[in-house]
Every structure is written in C-alpha cells, then in structure tokens.
Design a protein around this ligand. Sequence first.
Ligand code: ATP
Length: 134
Amino acid sequence: TQRTLVILKPDAVRRGLVGNILARYEAKGLAIAALEHRTIDGEMADRHYAEHVERDFYPPLRTFVTSGPLVVAVLEGDEAIEVVRGLNGATDGRKAAPGTIRGDLSMSNRENLVHGSDSPESAEREIGIWFPNL
Ligand code: ATP
C-alpha cells in the first residue's frame, strides 16, 4: 500500500466541490488517512511548491493557494500516487479527459481544483510538511 498527499485547492472549497471530489477518491477505493481544513500563508506555499518557486507561473499560483481555505488529505491504497493522478487528470482542466476531476469540473490551468503528489519521494516530503505527526 502507498500514501499520497492530496490538496483540494481554494477553488474547490469556494465552489462547494469538496464532497464531490472526496467522494470520487473514496468511491475508487482509496482510504482517507488524514483530512484537514486549513488556510496557509505564502511561506507554507513556498515549502509545498519548493520546486516551482522560481517558475514564472509561481507568483499567481502562490496568491491563489493562499486566497482562502483549502482541504488537505493523505490518501492510502495500492499505487495511490498513480491512481490519484489518474483521477485528477491533466494539469489544464480544458485538456483533461472527461471523467477526471479536472476534466469534469475545471476550465483552468491554474485553478485546477486538486494537487496530488507526483512520486513516492514527493509524497513523503509533502506528507512531512502538511502532517508532521503522521
Ligand atoms: P499538481 O502538482 O498540483 O498536482 P500538476 O502536477 O498537474 O499539478 P505542476 O506542473 O506540478 O502540475 O504544477 C503545479 C500547479 O501549478 C498546477 O496544478 C497549476 O495549479 C499550476 N500551474 C502549472 N502550470 C501552470 C501554468 N502554465 N499556468 C498557470 N498555472 C500553472
């Protein structure tokens, strides 16, 4: 079994899609190992997105992820990292396949509702940042 970190970004909370999105992960068969509603500051955003802080798309992303409450979770299951990324869909909601979270619910490249860890190394790093006691 594997653990992955998922963020339901502020657009998901604002749009009232938290239940819809969590239901998809649960219905797929992933278990919720941790779940928290919280608002983060820019410093926390920088820690999470350490590999993107120098990118040109980062400043507006930083503003976006600190713009309101989000929901962060640890999901657990067989190949959870890949399974979650499949459910999330491609980064740009306009290009993401129908049936995926972004493909069904997002029209944006930035406000794309969810984040999922992209490797076992980043999952461990991100879980350590968001849930240090887990
Ligand atoms: P995530 O890591 O959030 O699951 P991802 O792996 O699909 O998404 P990354 O390339 O890691 O995408 O980018 C991280 C986040 O930065 C994206 O989810 C999106 O919100 C934002 N982002 C990425 N590329 C762009 C872009 N070209 N313009 C605007 N925002 C972007």
